[in-house]
Ligand binder design. Structure first.
Ligand code: KG4
Ligand code: ZN
Length: 407
């Protein structure tokens, strides 16, 4: 939808940029802005991925207290913080807006009210400072972040799992993705957050400041995953799509039963939360592992990944879970892929990943707009070319493949 008018951007790129503080005089500097969900993030990067300045305002605490993200509340916090966050990132970098090569901002997908704040701010900013604008797809940014930190070449397979999304895709280029699978109902982070709420983990002394996913991971360390057995949709459909709503219902039933057994009210901590957390984490991890395994086999049969040693990238908020990382590493090892995960602070939402996506697009001259072009946000926006029907048609069975996930 965004016409790529490069001439303006190229003209600005050719201009030498002199940085304060004696830094390199010809760096290509990008300001990245993220407001797609509940984090207000901004960062200034140079073309090598060096972070010159960064600022992040998280609304996690607010939404933890209110029991989930309320869009209008998220919008209010973005509104209150965006100006300060962007100014902080600029101040910390010692970069003046006039020195920027471009501004990159998340415009899709995400919460409409949240996306709107970042987009409106950015459009005013680029017009005031006469800078090119690069609209960013949030999931594209998650997928590419790894390349800021490691020399990962295209094509690679990527599993993105967060509170808002879960998808498996082949990344063939900066703006070239094949979508192999996505969630059919809710994202794994959303499920973990809802399960944590149903278990009232916020009342647990060790979990009161943790997100749902972090709380489940923490408690699972001392839980027995075999005490509660949960399931996710199995074998009938041979695809790479995910489904987690059923797991959440099973957990609700189990919790109700245990509350009756222990004679406690809903909202009181059960004695077996660690075991339930371990069972839930195991089920999520093995569902992700099976779908990823099938995606790897599909890529192999179609020659979609380079050989030898293709790369599997795991990112998104849920990818900071060490148990899920270990499970995916078993699959990667078994199938001959190298697993690469960005460190936890780059798996969750931030301005850095958006700025990096801007750097990658600027380098290739893709999707760079003059400041005066009107851009609209898109709350729903699938990533890349949808290949899910082809994956299903390939009917790749995992029945004969036995892979042991960690205890
Ligand atoms: O990528 P992210 O910051 O925001 C989006 O959803 O886009 O991901 C946040 C999600 C939340 O659902 C949170 O519960 C989950 O990531 N999460 C985790 C862990 N840390 C954060 N899930 C499992 N294990 C973790 N350690
Ligand atoms: Zn995200």
């Amino acid at each position: 939808m965004f016409s790529s008018k490069l001439s303006h951007a190229k003209k600005l790129l050719r201009v030498g940029h002199t940085l304060r503080g004696g830094r390199a005089s010809s760096s290509t500097l990008v300001l990245g802005i993220e407001t797609s969900c509940d984090d207000t993030g901004a960062a200034v990067l140079d073309e090598t991925g060096r972070i010159l300045g960064e600022s992040l305002h998280s609304q996690k605490e607010v939404h933890l207290r209110s029991g989930g993200i309320i869009p209008i509340v998220a919008q209010k916090h973005h509104k209150q913080n965006i100006e300060r966050v962007v100014q902080e990132a600029l101040d910390r970098s010692g970069v003046d807006p006039s020195q920027l090569a471009a501004v990159a901002t998340t415009v899709k997908p995400g919460l409409a009210l949240s996306l709107g704040i970042g987009l409106e701010f950015s459009q005013r900013f680029v017009r005031r400072h006469d800078k090119p604008f690069i609209p960013i797809h949030h999931m594209e940014a998650h997928a590419l972040t790894v390349r800021m930190l490691h020399p990962v070449n295209f094509p690679f397979l990527v599993l993105l799992v967060s509170g808002g999304h879960s998808l498996l895709a082949v990344a063939r280029g900066v703006d070239d993705f094949l979508l192999l699978g996505h969630t059919l109902d809710e994202a794994p982070g959303d499920t973990l957050d809802k399960v944590a709420r149903r278990l009232s983990l916020i009342k647990h002394p060790e979990c009161s400041t943790l997100s749902g996913g972090q709380a489940i991971e923490h408690l699972a360390k001392t839980g027995d995953r075999k005490k509660f057995v949960f399931t996710t949709p199995m074998g009938q459909v041979h695809d790479c799509c995910f489904s987690f709503a059923g797991l959440r219902n099973q957990v609700s039933m189990t919790v109700m039963k245990k509350e009756a057994e222990e004679g406690i009210e809903q909202g009181t901590l059960l004695s077996c939360v660690n075991d339930i957390a371990a069972g839930v984490q195991y089920t999520v991890a093995s569902h992700l592992a099976k779908r990823t395994h099938r995606a790897i086999l599909f890529c192999k049969t179609r020659g979609l990944l380079p050989s030898p040693r293709p790369t599997l990238v795991l990112s998104g908020g849920v990818a900071s879970n060490q148990y899920i990382r270990r499970t995916l590493s078993v699959i990667a090892e078994k199938t001959g892929l190298d697993l690469v995960c960005p460190p936890a602070q780059f798996c969750t939402d931030n301005g850095v990943m958006i700025a990096w996506n801007g750097v990658e697009r600027l380098r290739e001259g893709k999707g760079i707009l003059p400041p005066d072009v009107d851009v609209f946000y898109e709350p729903r926006s699938p990533l890349g070319v949808d290949m899910t029907a082809e994956v299903r048609a390939a009917k790749i069975s995992l029945r004969s493949v036995k892979i042991k996930v960690p205890d």
